[in-house]
Design a protein around this ligand. Structure first.
Ligand SMILES: Cc1cc2nc3c(=O)[nH]c(=O)nc-3n(C[C@H](O)[C@H](O)[C@H](O)COP(=O)(O)O)c2cc1C
Length: 347
């Protein structure tokens, strides 16, 4: 596999079973970094100590235009934390997690401390294997319905992590949500700052970067995909994007909103864990997901989405779910690039 995709080839057989806890933790990070993140910014850093690993927000990678409060950044880190938990469980390690363990260090989002060995349940195994199989799939999905029992299962999984999932298969609701997505696309693309930020993270030569959005993955099939960032920066293609997203949204069998009664950093971290729980369980059932967060990134439309759907809280993530074809993985930085301090001594 090419270098920028190498992290996806992590092999569970390489887990240092009889090694130091710190080496085991470092190995588990290979799974954490496969989490999704907005614009594939991978806004996380880790510090490994003798018996624990700390997860830090890397705010240098913040998206100031679409995500001025680091809401999506924190959600992305929550997804990485969930992968870390699932990997620890798979390798039979018990753990404790504290969120925001130090009120003086707002960038320290979580600490995962290893405990004694535990048991691996069969469910963990399926979900663990989904970590390397999951991708954001931006292709059109088949119209086949998603079983209601599966949706109910996803709802209870996200609730266990502290976020609510509301899923909609009814056509009128999907059409109304699709209209909001299209409106958001037009508003975002009309904003030069939005286009500049997107252009900074779009990669025409994906193989020479370990982060960002490979232009071919974006499903942009027109001339934009050849010219890339320069044209994204210059031209408002909001109309085209809106038409494409409306088509994708209305033709997906299910649209789903993850939402929370509150809207603050701890909630976002839980939302990220809920999101990843949903995405991994979905993948283990052969279901694909993709994001349509644009209306949630614009305060007026976020409020409109909540009231339209009657949600008693704040929409955090808008997804479409369905069955479809495979899609390639996106680049990742290697764990060694993400360690804030190298291990000094073993205890
Ligand atoms: C909080 C969050 C928000 C995202 N928002 C969008 C979005 O609005 N549109 C989109 O196409 N992808 C969105 N993504 C998907 C990322 O672009 C994707 O995770 C990243 O490019 C890495 O690719 P992968 O998920 O296939 O590993 C989002 C991901 C996260 C975690």
């Amino acid at each position: 596999m090419k270098d920028h995709l190498q992290p996806w080839s992590v092999n569970a057989d390489d887990f240092p079973e009889s090694g130091y806890a710190s080496d085991q933790l470092e190995f588990l990070l290979n799974y954490a970094i496969l989490a999704p993140s907005s614009h594939n910014t991978q806004p996380w850093l880790f510090r490994i100590n003798a018996m624990d690993v700390e997860l830090f927000a890397d705010r240098r990678r913040a998206l100031r235009v679409i995500d001025p409060c680091d809401r999506e950044l924190t959600i992305s880190c929550g997804a990485a934390l969930y992968n870390l938990r699932i990997a620890a469980e798979y390798f039979g390690r018990k753990y404790d997690v504290s969120l925001f363990p130090n009120p003086n260090l707002p960038d320290l989002l979580a600490q995962l401390r290893l405990g004694l060995s535990g048991e691996t349940s069969s469910d963990d195994v399926l979900v663990f294997h989904a970590i390397t199989q999951r991708r954001t799939n931006r292709q059109a999905f088949r119209p086949d319905p998603v079983p209601t029992e599966l949706l109910a299962e996803l709802e209870s999984l996200t609730q266990a992590e502290g976020a609510w999932l509301s899923a909609y298969a009814v056509e009128e609701v999907r059409n109304a949500v699709a209209d909001l997505v299209a409106q958001a696309d037009r508003m975002q693309w009309a904003d030069k700052a939005f286009r500049e930020e997107l252009a900074r993270w779009v990669r025409t030569k994906a193989e020479s970067h370990r982060d960002g959005l490979p232009v071919h993955d974006l499903g942009i099939k027109d001339w934009m995909s050849f010219a890339g960032p320069a044209l994204i920066r210059t031209f408002d293609r909001g109309g085209g994007q809106a038409a494409r997203d409306r088509e994708l949204a209305t033709h997906s069998p299910v649209l789903a909103v993850l939402w929370t009664p509150e809207d603050n950093a701890p909630t976002w971290l839980n939302t990220g864990q809920a999101l990843q729980s949903l995405l991994l369980h979905a993948r283990s059932e052969n279901l694909w997901a993709s994001f349509l967060n644009q209306p949630i990134e614009i305060p007026e439309l976020r409020a409109q989405l909540a009231s339209m759907l009657g949600l008693a809280g704040y929409p955090q993530i808008l997804l479409r779910l369905g069955y479809g074809e495979e899609t390639p993985p996106s680049p990742r930085r290697a764990v060694r690039e993400l360690l804030v301090m190298h291990k000094t001594a073993h205890h």
